[in-house]
Design a protein around this ligand. Structure first.
Ligand code: PEP
Ligand code: MG
Length: 909
């Protein structure tokens, strides 16, 4: 059977359907589906993503040859339905050509509208519609889009002005008018002529007049745009595989710019920022689709309630609102009713919040697109829980609807109320994407990226409007502020996708890109000045405003409870202080999986005692210094055990090389010399003797405890006595004492005997006992390889995948940045293995060690405490490998809880 490359849809029939996203792209699959469920969609066809692959392997000419027969056949069907002909002078069919990848990539690739026009066809269109202005306006837009996108005339340099825009500006100046709409039909005709001259001058070729030649150019341009810079960047950000390719959708044009009974808009079945179950969106009368998202004209609200909220925020009276910015509900009530019914139908059908595009052509409503809408983390949780409550979806579907990493946004800080009360508000825009952000004003995306990447500065990107070229700057910015554009502008949509704070359409801002200033009500702010944004209210403040931790709402709590119902893995936290333990518990941690005791030595007086210990000449001196540290350690453990009352706390014995604790500056060395009553030479000599060529592979971990057992003794004493003292207060401590960096069974056994002997001593001294276990980190490959031997003594394993990754790959944890970017770019590595667990390599060691360990000790408790413990794909791997728990930083606990639940649901499916 020959390969099918083109899928037709129209008039209630379609060759594709919603399940064919990989082949037809998201847009194409949904256009087919909408037809099948009786939504009015202009007829057209989809050229598959497979053809995109053929485009890259066979080249343009071959691909056109391959698809011509099927495209001609599909065009004929569209012609029949639209009762017009492609390229015909008297009764022309015009089409749009759009990209549509399997995953949504808003604004990432180029679109061509009004294709099929030429000097004769435009006259025919004018006669057919009786609207000469509309025909010529469509033609000049087409030549401009086609010139920019297909013929490559769009300037590469952001400072350069689009050649077509320059011609329009020149013309407006010559005519003394401000708006494009003020130009006459004769002006538009002249514009087209000038545009075509510019095309000839720049490309050396005439603008193509043949409809099919135009079509092939546009189709191939869409395929080419799959590999443009912004598409590549977006794919990297969103982890979209390059192999997928994009489909191309060719569809009969319908026009929102045919006069006052025509309109175009974008709408959402629920609020994409907050998740509120409220139909909302924006539209423009007498406009083409791109006008709404481009942010050039400020669009109006679709619903009356949305319009009223907008007016309240902008401080506009009801009369003024109705007169100047009426909602679609008020301006076109019949169309609104139909649209409202369609949005309900589409949400019912897809059982998720829909993001839809529509056009009204002379009083007839057409749906151009629907897709599951992008949303903030906040909205993601609310919509999933609401859909569950409303009975649209079941619990498992609700859990699977949330991207675990998106929860991060909910845990982010908001403005501190007191700080906000005294902050100076300078203006207000639209609350495009929630959150709080403070940073330095920057006007250009590349400057933002530079300031952030090189200087570590927090920046707010301030623009009249953003475009896909600004992506890299938006990505690094704390927040985005635009003077123009609505809730569906590029800035708003992209910021929401990124979970980034954004205020759009703050019309009072006057931006001078040349002078690099921002003026509001006569006050001038320079590049580099601080401003603060509240993306939840749309307010903009002068200077820095303090932030505080977010408050979690009931939907979030309900989601977490649901996740726990399904999850098999328990989630613990890595925490070294009572304060962190408290946060961890508030996020639902069921214990501490890693308490790094070395962090307790760095503060205040403790560091001095620690240094005395390290610089001591002999065991006696070390014991004396350690006895000074003991009370501090005990207190630290008590505060953690107290927070975790009844839950297990894995305390790891001292791990890092000792030289990390000694003073490297002269002042510090002097201080220690005086404190200890020894000479500077002695101090410096000792410091020198501690220095190592390769400290990460040197005297650290249990090698310290084995050479200086008094450290292990002191730490054990602190842990056990803390637990016993708390027992008297009625607090249950469940300590798990963990030996770091074990590679050889006997390394562990030595430490274990010191721990058990010390514990017995403390039990005797205090006249009471508690239960505790002794286990080990598995973070040296040899430990994984000999896990059965180690499990003969160790009561639990905790995989330290930071070190295990370091030692398995042989990549230094501290130096990978020097080559990682090149490795990622060359695709030698897909991701940073220190962030995402390498399941094929490091993961196999985890799996093997778990199996070997349990073969020796069937009830061996296994967990992970490297950074990977809070990364969703790694958490899912841990579930499949049969670990008992994952442990991660407190703020990632909710992410891990959700990922653990999803792992179970995915397994069942
Ligand atoms: C590890 O190596 O994975 C680990 C958790 O320990 P640390 O990061 O402290 O070396
Ligand atoms: Mg480690």
């Amino acid at each position: 059977m020959s390969t099918k490359r083109v899928y037709f849809f129209g008039n209630g029939t379609a060759e594709g359907q919603a399940g064919m996203k990989l082949l037809l792209g998201g847009k194409g699959a949904n256009l087919a589906e909408m037809n099948l469920i009786g939504v009015p969609v202009p007829p057209g066809f989809t050229i598959t993503t497979e053809v995109c692959k053929e485009y890259y392997s066979l080249g343009k000419e071959e691909v056109i040859k391959l698809i011509t027969p099927e495209v001609e056949e599909a065009i004929a069907k569209v012609e029949d339905l639209m009762k017009s002909k492609f390229g015909d002078v008297e009764n022309p069919l015009l089409v749009s050509v759009r990209s549509g990848a399997p995953a949504s990539m808003p604004g990432m690739m180029d679109t061509i509208l009004n294709l099929g026009l030429n000097d004769e066809v435009v006259e025919g269109l004018a006669r057919k519609t009786g609207n000469e202005r509309f025909a010529w306006d469509s033609y000049r837009r087409f030549v401009q889009m086609y010139g920019d996108v297909v013929l490559g005339m769009k300037p590469v340099n952001k400072e350069d002005i689009d050649p077509f825009e320059a011609i329009i500006e020149e013309m407006k100046e010559a005519r003394g008018v401000e708006l494009d709409t003020d130009l006459t039909v004769e002006d538009l005709k002249l514009l087209v002529a000038k545009f075509k001259e510019a095309v000839k001058a720049q490309t050396g070729h005439d603008f193509p007049a043949s409809a099919y030649e135009q079509l092939w150019g546009a189709v191939c341009a869409v395929f080419s745009s799959w590999m443009n810079e912004r598409a590549i960047l977006y794919r990297q950000m969103e982890n979209i595989p390059e192999e997928w390719g994009t489909a191309v959708n060719v569809q009969a044009m319908v026009f929102g710019n045919m006069g006052e009974t025509s309109a175009t808009g974008v709408c959402f079945s629920r609020d994409a920022a907050t998740g509120e179950n409220l139909f909302n969106g924006e539209y423009l009368i007498n406009a083409q689709g791109e006008d709404v998202v481009a942010g050039i004209r400020t669009p109006r609200e679709i619903t009356k309630i949305g319009s009223q909220r907008w007016a309240d925020r902008a401080g506009i009276s009801e009369e003024e609102r109705v007169a100047t910015m009426p909602s679609l509900e008020e301006a076109m009530p019949e169309i609104y009713k139909e649209l409202d019914a369609l949005q309900t139908k589409l949400e019912d059908h897809y059982r998720d919040m829909q993001d839809m595009e529509f056009t009204v052509q002379e009083g007839k409503l057409w749906m151009l697109q629907t897709r599951n809408g992008k949303r903030t983390g906040l909205a993601m949780v609310k919509i999933a829980m609401d859909l569950l409550k409303e009975g649209y979806i079941d619990e498992k579907t609700a859990l699977m609807k949330i991207e675990p990493n998106k929860l991060d946004e909910l845990l982010h800080p908001v403005f501190d109320k007191a700080a906000l009360a005294s902050a100076k508000r300078i203006t207000r825009g639209l609350p495009a994407s929630p959150g709080a952000a403070t940073g330095k004003i920057v006007f250009f995306a590349d400057d933002a990226a530079k300031l952030h990447n090189e200087g570590g500065h927090r920046v707010i990107l301030v623009r009249n409007e953003t475009s896909p070229e600004d992506l890299a700057g938006m990505q690094v910015a704390e927040g985005i502020l635009t003077a123009r554009g609505g809730m569906t502008s590029h800035a708003a949509v992209v910021a929401r996708g990124m979970g980034k704070c954004c205020v759009s359409g703050a019309g009072a801002l006057k931006i001078d890109y040349k002078a690099r200033t921002l003026t509001v009500d006569g006050n001038v702010y320079n590049e580099g000045d601080f401003i603060s944004l509240n993306g939840t209210t749309g307010e903009v403040y002068e200077g820095m405003v303090d932030t505080k931790a977010a408050e979690l709402d009931p939907d979030f709590e309900a989601l977490m409870a649901l996740a726990d119902k399904y999850a098999k893995l328990t989630v613990r936290a890595n925490a070294d202080t009572g304060h962190d333990a408290q946060i961890a518990r508030s996020f639902g941690a069921q214990g501490i999986g890693l308490c790094r005791t070395e962090h307790m030595f760095f503060e205040g007086d403790k560091i001095k005692a620690m240094r005395r210990m390290i610089l001591a000449e002999n065991a006696e001196g070390r014991r004396e210094a350690l006895s000074r540290i003991l009370p501090y350690q005990k207190d630290d453990f008590k505060s953690i055990f107290r927070e975790m009352n009844g839950l297990p706390v894995t305390v790891r014995l001292l791990d890092p090389p000792l030289h990390e604790f000694v003073p490297h500056d002269l002042k510090g060395q002097q201080e220690m010399a005086e404190d200890m009553g020894i000479s500077m030479e002695q101090i410096q000599h000792r410091i020198e003797s501690l220095s190592e060529q390769n400290p990460m592979l040197g005297h650290r971990g249990c090698r310290l405890g084995n050479t200086y057992p008094e450290i292990t003794e002191m730490q054990t004493r602190a842990i056990i006595s803390a637990a016993l003292e708390l027992k008297k207060e009625g607090v249950t401590a469940v300590p798990e004492i963990m030996v770091p960096l074990t590679g050889i069974l006997y390394e562990f056994k030595e430490q274990e005997s010191v721990i058990r002997a010390t514990a017995e001593k403390v039990f005797e001294e205090m006249g009471d006992r508690i239960d505790f276990t002794v286990g080990t980190m598995i973070e040296v490959p040899r430990a994984a390889l000999t896990a059965n031997r180690i499990a003969s003594s160790a009561e639990f394993f905790s995989f330290g995948t930071n070190d295990l990754t370091q030692m398995t790959f042989g990549y230094s944890r501290d130096d990978i940045a020097s080559f990682l970017p090149v490795y990622l770019e060359k695709k030698i590595l897909k991701v940073d293995p220190f962030q995402v667990l390498d399941q094929n390599g490091v993961g196999q060691l985890v799996k093997m060690a778990t199996e070997k360990g349990r073969a020796e000790r069937p009830n061996l408790k296994c967990g992970i405490c490297g950074e990977h413990g809070g990364e969703p794909s790694s958490v899912k791997f841990c579930h499949r490998t049969g670990l008992n728990y994952v442990s991660c930083s407190p703020f990632r606990v909710p992410i891990a809880r959700l990922a653990a639940a999803q792992a179970v649901i995915e397994e069942q499916a």
